[in-house]
Design a protein around this ligand. Structure first.
Ligand SMILES: NC(=O)c1ccc[n+]([C@@H]2O[C@H](COP(=O)([O-])OP(=O)(O)OC[C@H]3O[C@@H](n4cnc5c(N)ncnc54)[C@H](OP(=O)(O)O)[C@@H]3O)[C@@H](O)[C@H]2O)c1
Length: 288
């Protein structure tokens, strides 16, 4: 069956928001959602979209799932370390299935980023798309404000927000902003192949700003404590995070201290036709 759009990672937080954004503008019959777990299908089918099932690791299933698809949004996998191979498998399947356009969710400043863990697989995927011959665009998504907000309840409780970002600023935006941008690129006149969108929030904040906003929202004192990268990784591990995740978060913070999570590029708000969601709004919504 032909599908104008297919969104991968549709069981995830960003994917679900992209499906919702597409549904505001397009016929549900034109929209497909790719999931790897059949049990994730029901919630998406209830929205009226077509669900196809395949893992990024299963080439034959992917090729079947991509049959008849015109425009594909490849949402990057959450399995850090396996992503370059997984994304290559999706790209190969898209090519074999005759998909006519692929948009891929990469990372802000992928090729120049001071972060050392996350960008590599995104760069490999960008290069795989360029080599594939498929028409494509790159959505270099900045930091989700929701990432930083995850630390807010505990910071509010303890009065201390820890990080390794120094005075670095984050030009974050809400997942819903990046989702709206992806839907715009997917549904609009297709950009020239190879177009790169650097996507960042309209305003930046430091973790000191963030701690002050938590304090203002809760009426309790909260201060930001800056730690060396290794000490922050150890603190995260001590709080129960798996070592690779702790290392990745500490590396992202350290990269953020070098400006890696900041950009004054306003492409995101231009693309979605409205200001990006203020970080304070996302934070306060999570603290109520
Ligand atoms: N910009 C940022 O700040 C930021 C932050 C975090 C992540 N990211 C990246 O952006 C992506 C989307 O973010 P998110 O918040 O929506 O993440 P998420 O909620 O963890 O969703 C990840 C999605 O990828 C799917 N997936 C993972 N491995 C897969 C595989 N082998 N085959 C098929 N599907 C697979 C997951 O399926 P299941 O539901 O079956 O697990 C899920 O649908 C992440 O995967 C990550 O690459 C960016």
């Amino acid at each position: 069956m032909a599908l104008k759009y297919l969104v991968t990672g549709a069981s995830g937080q960003l994917g679900a928001l992209v499906i919702d954004a597409l549904l505001k503008a397009e016929d549900p019959a034109s929209i497909g959602a790719l999931v790897r777990r059949p049990e994730a299908a029901a919630a998406l089918e209830a929205k009226g979209v077509t669900v196809r099932v395949a893992s990024y690791t299963d080439a034959p299933a992917l090729e079947a799932a991509l049959a008849g698809v015109e425009r594909l949004l490849l949402i990057s996998s959450s399995e850090v370390g396996q992503r370059a191979v997984q994304h290559q498998t999706v790209i190969d399947a898209a090519k074999a299935a005759g998909v006519s356009f692929v948009a891929y969710t990469s990372i802000l400043g992928a090729k120049t980023s001071p972060l050392t863990i996350l960008p590599g697989e995104h760069v490999q995927t960008e290069e795989a798309l360029a080599a594939s011959g498929l028409p494509y665009a790159i959505l270099r998504n900045g930091w989700y404000t929701e990432n930083t907000v995850m630390a807010a309840p505990q910071a509010a409780e303890s009065g201390a927000l820890y990080g390794a970002m120094g005075t670095g600023k984050i030009a974050g935006a809400a997942r819903a902003d990046y989702a709206d941008a992806a839907a715009k690129v997917l549904t609009g006149d297709l950009p020239a192949s190879g177009t790169v969108y650097e996507l960042a929030g309209d305003t930046g904040y430091s973790l000191t700003d963030f701690a002050a906003e938590i304090a203002a929202a809760t009426g309790k004192p909260v201060a930001y404590t800056d730690l060396p990268q290794d000490a922050f990784a150890q603190a995260l591990e001590g709080a129960g995070l798996p070592a690779p995740l702790a290392a990745m978060l500490a590396d992202s913070d350290h990269g953020g201290s070098q400006g890696g999570l900041y950009s004054d590029d306003k492409t995101l708000s231009q693309l979605i036709g409205r200001p990006t969601t203020p970080w304070q709004t996302t934070l306060r919504a999570a603290l109520v």
